[in-house]
Design a protein around this ligand. Structure first.
Ligand SMILES: [Zn+2]
Length: 283
């Protein structure tokens, strides 16, 4: 499932072919993904110029010159491919349509953007740009972890009343937007906080280290996405999925990487999600 860094990598990959360009043609090949597509979506998009491509949490937002904003969510299995453009290092012919190519957007610069989603947990919607932040998917989101509103005193206040484990609290999108399982596990390992520790019991001094750790793991993952894919694109034109090495995530039973630690990485299931951690380093 794409997390914030993967979505940001997709946004950065799309920006050069979408920003400033006009949508020449849109094919919508089915009525819905997770939810029905907005009414007359193809018609409302065709001819519009993309002013800006933004990200909020795990949503990509394309502001159009017609006063509407297109929201794209990759869901569990959504993939975006670019073909047909001559920007950057790779030049791709348009591939033959595939079974799960649900929406195909042709830009006036020749780039084709294909949204493929076998499991259809993804979503697209169109809304007025003004007040877009009040969209039901966006309205309740907490601050961006890489933004200025996410800092230690905010986090201390948000966690004060939380009787839940810190792991669950950090996955709560109302507390901080866009953090997912992988990067919460990694950030907690870096600061030595057990995923099972009650959120409200963590000293402010430790929260002080947690905020920069969260920013660091996300920033490093975004950088890895960019460096492993020239122009954020793989040779087949697919955006946003990259190999990244993790300290704890997916490493159950393997040696802890902290120097001098002889423990092995453990896994525990919390709220239906696996938490990976070092029982010796994280308290
Ligand atoms: Zn350890």
């Amino acid at each position: 499932m794409p997390e914030l860094p993967e979505v940001e990598t997709v946004r950065r990959g799309l920006a050069p072919v979408m920003e400033g360009a006009r949508i020449a043609q849109v094919a919508v090949n089915r009525p819905d993904l997770r939810w029905p597509f907005p009414e007359r979506m193809a018609e409302r998009l065709t001819g519009a110029r993309v002013m800006q491509l933004r990200r909020r949490s795990k949503y990509i937002l394309a502001d159009l010159d017609r006063g509407e904003t297109l929201l794209i969510h990759l869901g569990m299995s959504g993939r975006i491919l670019i073909s047909g453009d001559a920007l950057g290092r790779f030049v791709h012919d348009h591939p033959a349509p595939e079974k799960h190519d649900h929406v195909v957007i042709d830009m006036d610069n020749g780039a084709r953007i294909t949204f493929n989603d076998p499991r259809r947990f993804g979503a697209m919607d169109l809304m007025a740009s003004e007040g877009a932040e009040a969209h039901p998917l966006l309205a309740k989101l907490g601050p961006e972890p890489l933004g200025n509103d996410f800092h230690e005193s905010y986090l201390a206040t948000a966690l004060k009343a939380r009787n839940t484990p810190i792991k669950s609290a950090l996955l709560d999108q109302k507390i901080v937007a866009g953090l997912g399982n992988i990067y919460v596990c990694e950030a907690l390992f870096r600061v030595g906080i057990s995923p099972q520790r009650k959120a409200r019991n963590i000293a402010v001094a430790r929260l002080k280290t947690l905020v920069p750790a969260i920013r660091d793991v996300l920033t490093e993952a975004i950088a890895a996405g960019g460096s492993s894919l020239r122009d954020f694109r793989q040779a087949d034109g697919e955006l946003g999925y990259f190999q990244h090495s993790f300290d704890v995530y997916g490493r159950e039973g393997e040696a802890c990487r902290t120097q001098g630690c002889t423990a092995r990485i453990a896994r525990v299931v919390q709220s239906g999600r696996s938490s990976f951690y070092c029982p010796a380093c994280q308290r």
